[in-house]
Write a protein that binds this ligand. Structure first.
Ligand code: FES
Length: 121
């Protein structure tokens, strides 16, 4: 397989992925494919209702409260979204991919979820 064939197949696969409608309170709705995280789709749509940080589930700046819809969630920092809050619909936009249309709002941290820097001994 050449690199070009891989890219063609990748593009075909992406074109087949279902797309869902995502609404973040205070911003126009935008499309998000099942193989795309919400933060990436938001950025691709040129919108900025959420802050963009690490993009890897570690900093918590993209935390949201999902009020409607279903999603698949990749692992995220439990310091940013403890399990008891995940059950209530809190999630990180950079780690969730829609399985239905989604409605959500920004849910900023009431604390910093970044690990505290350790002092040198
Ligand atoms: S951008 Fe850092 S957790 Fe989402």
């Amino acid at each position: 397989m050449t690199t070009g064939e891989f890219r063609d197949e990748d593009l075909k696969s992406r074109a087949r992925a279902p797309s869902w409608r995502v609404e973040i309170a205070g911003s126009p709705a935008f499309p998000c494919r099942e193989d795309q995280n919400v933060l990436e789709a938001m950025r691709h749509a040129g919108l900025n209702p959420l802050a963009i940080g690490c993009r890897g589930g570690g900093c918590g700046v993209c935390r949201v409260r999902v009020s409607d819809g279903e999603y698949f969630a990749r692992p995220m920092s439990t310091a940013c979204v403890p399990p008891e809050e995940a059950i209530e619909g809190l999630a990180l936009a950079c780690r969730i991919m829609p399985r239905t249309d989604l409605k959500m709002s920004a849910a900023p941290m009431d604390r910093c979820c970044k690990p505290k820097a350790r002092k040198a001994a």
